[in-house]
Design a protein around this ligand. Structure first.
Ligand SMILES: [Zn+2]
Ligand SMILES: [Zn+2]
Length: 236
């Protein structure tokens, strides 16, 4: 039989007491291991062992699961709002529990929070409710670009969104599938200036004024610079 420490680690670092008791660990044995510092009681009925992410520990102590911006940010997904403490999914009926150093943001969203962290799918849906459409769209695109959203996951997210918000995933889908008309400028390469469109092409595109006759005073005609071209915005 595995020790309680190894058992909890094999379960991902967190375990409910009910689960541990079903595996043969009695209440008294678990209490003794907590006293000896072999395992940690993060909240009533939930035990931890081994290294545990600080935000996951805080969310668990708060009474729920890490979600929203906190889950997305820890997965490397770009999140617009600033980091403002653990976002915690409590479910609609739970209460936040007091714990030392609490800076949590409680989310009383529907569903039953898992132990530890919400999935990226759920965290994205929570982010839209918490931080709005713009934050959701940016994070959704980032997650997709990082290959953290399968086609099935994207379909589930679309279905879970209210109808009035589905345009957000449809817009992201259109942007991913349609080649962009104008590529972003290439990164400057040392010793190789970025290519500049030919004069004829710039004139055709209306980014260059018509050629003027030479200055009769003999002055040198000033060649348009790239900055000038950028000042010519395309006609709407
Ligand atoms: Zn808290
Ligand atoms: Zn949030």
């Amino acid at each position: 039989m595995l020790s309680a420490t190894d058992t909890i680690r094999s379960l991902g670092g967190l375990a409910r007491g009910t689960h541990l008791r079903s595996l043969g660990f009695t209440r008294q044995a678990l209490a003794g291991m907590v006293r000896r510092g072999e395992i940690e009681r993060v909240r009533h009925g939930v035990f931890a062992a081994g290294p545990l992410d600080e935000q996951v520990r805080a969310a668990t102590a708060h009474g729920g699961a890490l979600t929203c911006a906190s889950v997305l940010r820890s997965a490397g997904i770009w999140v617009l709002p600033a980091d403002d403490g653990p976002h915690v999914w409590l479910g609609p009926d739970n209460h936040a529990l007091p714990h030392p150093g609490c800076t949590c943001r409680s989310h009383y969203y529907r569903g039953r929070p898992p132990l530890g962290s919400a999935t990226i799918e759920t965290a994205l849906l929570h982010l839209r409710r918490c931080c709005g459409d713009e934050a959701f769209f940016a994070a959704y695109e980032s997650a997709w670009r990082l290959k953290k959203l399968s086609a099935a996951a994207r379909a589930r997210i679309r279905k879970a969104l209210p109808r009035s918000a589905r345009w957000l995933v449809e817009l992201a889908s259109g942007r991913r599938q349609r080649p962009r008309i104008a590529s972003p400028p290439a990164a400057p390469c040392p010793g190789h200036p970025p290519p500049v469109p030919s004069e004829d092409r710039r004139r055709r595109e209306g980014r260059l004024r018509p050629r003027r006759p030479p200055d009769p005073r003999g002055g040198r005609r000033r060649e348009p610079r790239i900055a000038d071209a950028q000042a010519y915005r395309p006609h709407p």
